[in-house]
Write a protein that binds this ligand. Structure first.
Ligand code: MV4
Length: 445
């Protein structure tokens, strides 16, 4: 096992990783920017190294500074958390070149799955359903037009290197296809340095379901069931739950098997999420795979009882998962609400500032993952997520009730947060009745 690692991240996930390290007797070195110098989790770390000013490009995204911190503090490995450098192939390669273990997948698997066209091809090769669409990247608008006419509208244009909805356009007719194609290409080129675009049939009002997978370096690949992440707004997830409440046992098994086929074929190691769309008739289609631990991993942790961050550390250290699929059990229902410093009454505008009053919820079935405390100043420089509230109950109805109770206990003043928005969603008749899809928030709020 490792004796000392570095955490190249901040906030709740940095704290989450410190905790996992300490349970495994691993020393945790954490890097921080000047904006985070007063963060209490730095005190919990075994060493904390300032890597620069608040601007991410000069700190949390600055590879030379992070590698220097790793060298100085003499760590064996780096955990990138999510966001920042977690899916940066260049960073993973540099870690490897410096003799530092990247706590994530091998570079080859990151490359393969990070390219969505290659990932589509791989899925198709192993017999996993993909959304009908182009075989590869489209060279020009007229090729997109031709294919769209063959398949019928609506279609969706996606960036091969895309993420977070950037370089993506839904198109309903010939008239707007060319301009959408050019806009998507320009946006993708600017955002990812790769303007290649592919096309898929647009699945109307799907549910977004993702399977949590873990693979070790000894050829064991296991799934930890699925999460339904359909409650999102502008490609930002707001509420996630496990299990997906509309899957029957057979479809759930097929989805997990499909995810494992992709992961095995990619020779994947460590934590991955395999994303699917579920249409009205409950057909599922692979869309992409994420090569990192995700924000919403706690819902899977509470329903399976497995600590996914500890598994990441063990797997990266070369230990085998001495575990069989049939021993990974799933109990009850978990829901996570993301608490963001945003004003739901003002189009979810960021609401940074000092927290002068903070009361965290607790009690049976409640978990809070956060780095904030009373007196903490929420910086406008970073992501607005300040806490994750996770509940676990025997049934979905009880989980919703516990979540509402916990959200009402939660006091964060004077900044605005997404707590009232989450309460509105949880109280909505269609959410309670399970009649939701990825357009639910935009249509109803
Ligand atoms: C789709 C889709 C419908 N059909 N692909 C969104 C993020 C990225 N991970 C994939 N996404 C989607 N892919 C096909 N073939 C619907 C989404 C989607 C979405 C699309 C447009 C506007 C809002 C959306 C919200 C969630 C999912």
């Amino acid at each position: 096992m490792f004796s000392r690692i570095l955490i190249a991240n901040r906030g709740e996930i940095a704290l989450r990783i410190i905790r996992a390290c300490h349970e495994l007797n691993i020393e945790a070195v954490v890097v921080y920017s000047e904006a985070d110098r007063d963060a209490p989790y730095l005190q919990l770390a075994d060493e904390a190294i300032c890597i620069g000013p608040p601007d991410c490009a000069k700190s949390y995204l600055n590879i030379p500074r992070i590698i220097s911190a790793a060298e100085i503090s003499d760590v064996e490995a780096i955990h990138p958390g999510y966001g920042f450098l977690a899916e940066n192939i260049n960073f993973a390669q540099i870690c490897c070149d410096c003799g530092i273990t990247f706590i994530g997948p091998p570079v080859e698997a990151m490359q393969l799955l990070g390219d969505k066209i290659q990932a589509r091809k791989l899925a198709s090769k192993v017999g996993v359903p993909i959304v009908p669409g182009s075989d590869g990247a489209l060279d020009k608008g007229s090729s997109a037009l031709e294919l769209a006419n063959k398949m019928g509208y609506p279609v969706i244009l996606k960036a091969t290197s895309g993420g977070g909805g950037r370089g993506m356009r839904v198109v309903h007719n010939d008239l707007t296809l060319r301009s959408a194609f050019n806009a998507a290409r320009a946006e993708a080129q600017a955002a990812f340095g790769d303007g290649s675009i592919y096309l898929e049939k647009f699945i109307v009002e799907p549910r977004h379901v993702e399977v949590q997978v873990m693979a070790d370096s000894h050829g064991n690949a296991l799934h930890f069931y699925e999460r339904d992440c359909s409650i999102q707004r502008r490609h930002q997830k707001m509420i996630e739950e496990s299990p997906c409440p509309i899957l029957d046992k057979q479809t759930r098994g097929q989805l997990a098997e499909a995810a494992l086929k992709i992961i095995k074929k990619a020779k994947y190691v460590n934590a991955a999420t395999v994303e699917f769309l579920l249409d009205k008739d409950k057909n599922f289609y692979f869309i992409e795979a994420n090569t990192r631990i995700q924000v919403e991993h706690p819902v899977t942790e509470v329903v399976t009882g497995h600590d996914l961050i500890k598994w990441q550390l063990k797997i990266a250290a070369g230990l085998p998962m001495k575990l069989s699929q049939k021993n990974i059990k799933h109990t009850g229902v978990a829901i996570e609400c993301r608490v963001n410093a945003e004003d739901p009454e003002n189009n979810f505008a960021p609401s940074p500032g000092k927290i002068t009053r903070l009361i965290l919820p607790g009690g049976p079935g409640v978990r809070v993952d956060t780095h904030v405390h009373q007196g903490w100043i929420v910086s406008p420089t970073y992501d607005s997520m300040i806490a994750k509230l996770i509940v676990h109950q025997r049934t979905r109805t009880e989980a919703i009730a516990t979540m509402k109770r916990a959200l009402r206990e939660f006091v964060i003043e004077p900044i605005k947060t997404t707590i009232p928005a989450c309460l509105d969603i949880l109280s909505h008749n269609l959410f309670v009745k399970n009649k939701i899809d990825t357009g639910f928030v935009e249509r109803n709020f």
